[in-house]
Design a protein around this ligand. Structure first.
Ligand code: ADP
Ligand code: ADP
Length: 228
């Protein structure tokens, strides 16, 4: 079954804002889907519904074919990467990346052994002893991606993770994210308002519009994975 099915889901916030009209969207295994649209069109709201961080007002979602609110295949995991790196400033990179494993009760030695490959994947091998403030903004975002990857997710959800970074750093991270998706056979849903990012990264672009938030059209991109 597909990792995510959004079935006629709507969102009305408590203040009366209708953030989303009924949305139907299926995310297939291995896809890289970008949600593209202007500010306020409901991209974050839709992504957070997919992450089960926001409950739809009507309609529902299924994860890996499970009934509403339940994951259909045991062991399947999703992770959500926020816009900001949200690292613990008082903790070293290693402890930041290990956090989800600590919370899951993974023994310390095993958890530590999983930190290094995750840091290597995002190009930060050897930075495990640094504090977040010693790293650039782009590096801090990489740490937060490593923290997501250490849980070995099947579905990676990212809410404009590179939005605050300069263009050169951003383009580099875009390429690295694409390599990661290709290497790990991840399913990715990525929020952006950059047409460049949507076209460069994804296998499908979901174009949204505001007032009310809705899906305007979907564009599939068949071009092969770009290699330098
Ligand atoms: P929910 O019912 O999904 O929990 P709420 O309507 O209770 O959502 O809002 C959650 C929080 O977001 C509230 O504390 C509210 O103040 C805040 N909020 C209100 N308006 C906005 C807005 N336009 N953008 C972002 N956050 C908002
Ligand atoms: P985008 O990510 O495309 O910029 P959002 O999903 O953040 O759009 O917001 C969609 C609409 O819902 C906007 O009008 C926003 O102000 C409103 N909104 C978002 N979060 C909340 C909230 N917690 N409470 C009330 N309104 C919200």
């Amino acid at each position: 079954p597909p990792p995510v099915e959004v079935l006629a889901a709507t969102k009305m916030f408590g203040n009366g804002v209708r953030a989303l009209e009924p949305i139907d969207l299926t995310i297939e295994e291995g896809e890289f889907v970008t949600l593209l649209g202007p500010s306020g069109c409901g991209k974050s709201t839709l992504l957070k519904m997919i992450a089960d961080l926001i409950t739809p007002t009507s309609g529902g979602l299924r994860w890996w074919g499970g009934d509403y609110g339940h994951v259909g295949e045991p062991g399947k995991k999703l992770v959500f990467v926020f816009q900001d790196a949200t690292l613990m400033p008082w903790a070293r990179v290693r402890a930041n990346v290990r956090l989800p494993l600590d919370l899951a009760g993974v023994p310390r030695a095993e958890a530590d052994a999983r930190v290094d490959p995750a840091l290597a994947l995002v190009g930060l091998g050897g930075f495990d002893h640094c504090y977040p403030r010693q790293l650039s903004g782009g590096m801090q975002m990489r740490v937060s991606i490593a923290r997501a990857l250490v849980t070995e997710p099947n579905l990676l959800l990212m809410d404009e993770p590179f939005g605050a970074l300069d263009e050169i750093t951003r383009n580099k991270l875009d390429q690295d994210l694409l390599d990661l998706w290709f290497a790990k056979k991840l399913t990715v849903v990525f929020v952006t308002h950059s047409i460049y990012e949507a076209v460069f990264l994804s296998t499908r672009v979901v174009v949204m519009a505001a007032r009310p938030g809705r899906v305007l059209r979907e564009v599939r991109i068949d071009a092969p994975y770009p290699r330098d």
